[in-house]
Design a protein around this ligand. Structure first.
Ligand SMILES: Nc1ncnc2c1ncn2[C@@H]1O[C@H](COP(=O)(O)OP(=O)(O)OP(=O)(O)O)[C@@H](O)[C@H]1O
Length: 252
């Protein structure tokens, strides 16, 4: 069953058609790569899917529900979470609290019980701590739970961003260049983590990445964007050996 179905999505900025006639269907549990040269429109697609930009054309359906034009918050509640190209953690919060922020879609208590510290508040907090620790363990970050997130090394900050996005319990997780700035060992570990979370949380993933080793290593399907339009879409071997893709993107 399709988790994401996008038809004829498009947006212009002034005279620039940044994304044109974008169509994609992502099945439940798939790990899809979105690649293309700088400025091809990849991040704009993420901004359209998450409600940061409103499309001028097209339809976005998440798990059969039309989410076109909804706000970023409504779209997150509907089940799409994302990370950003540049890290956007709450730097003054601990590692654990960063993940707990993400849990607020699922855990709610009234202001009344929070202010008065009623038993229901402590019960919810305990449940949230346990759930956040579970997620941190998967990312091998549980030992750093009480560190300030700003004090984590770069590669771990990037992993924490994914952990926080995952905590919102998404149906679809969008990762914008998760390996950017990582060294090869960190990238290898990230590839394992992405594969693991997909399996453990049955989450569908669409990721933008320039690191071809990561893309070829873990993506089951690849969409190539060029000047806002589809250049190729399909299985990695077909797409990465497509002469048009090699010419436009890989440059070899
Ligand atoms: N808010 C905006 N206003 C005007 N132009 C924009 C805006 N957002 C993106 N663009 C333009 O749309 C085009 C696509 O940009 P986008 O950031 O989506 O590319 P990208 O494929 O993600 O590139 P990169 O790989 O470098 O991150 C670019 O020409 C960019 O300058």
């Amino acid at each position: 069953m399709a988790i994401l179905s996008v038809k004829n999505l498009g947006i212009s900025f002034g005279g620039l058609r940044a994304v044109d006639s974008f169509n994609i269907t992502i099945e439940q549990g798939e790990l899809y790569g979105l690649i293309g040269p700088n400025g091809a429109g990849k991040t704009t697609i993420f901004n359209l899917l998450t409600g940061v930009y409103k499309p001028d054309t097209g339809l976005i359906e998440l798990d059969g529900r039309n989410i076109t034009g909804l706000s970023t918050i409504e779209i997150n509640k509907a089940g799409i979470a994302r990370t950003f190209q540049n890290i956007r953690l709450f730097k003054d919060l601990s590692v654990l609290d960063n993940v707990k922020v993400g849990l607020h879609n699922d855990y709610k208590y009234s202001t009344f019980s929070g202010v008065l510290r009623l038993p229901s508040y402590f019960k919810k907090e305990k449940q949230m701590d346990e759930r956040a620790y579970d997620i941190l363990k998967v990312f091998n970050l549980d030992k750093e739970a009480h560190l300030l997130s700003a004090n984590l090394p770069y590669g771990k900050q990037r992993k924490l961003e994914i952990a926080r996005a995952l905590a919102t319990n998404p149906k679809l997780l969008l990762l914008d260049e998760p390996a950017a700035g990582m060294n090869p060992a960190e990238t290898d570990e990230l590839m394992e983590t992405i594969t693991l979370i997909r399996k453990k949380y049955q989450v569908t993933i669409l990721l933008i990445e320039h690191d071809m080793k990561l893309v070829a290593g873990i993506c089951e399907k690849i969409f190539v964007l060029n000047f806002g339009m589809e250049l190729a879409n399909g299985l990695p071997q077909e797409v990465l050996n497509n002469p048009e893709v090699i010419k436009a993107y890989l440059g070899e």
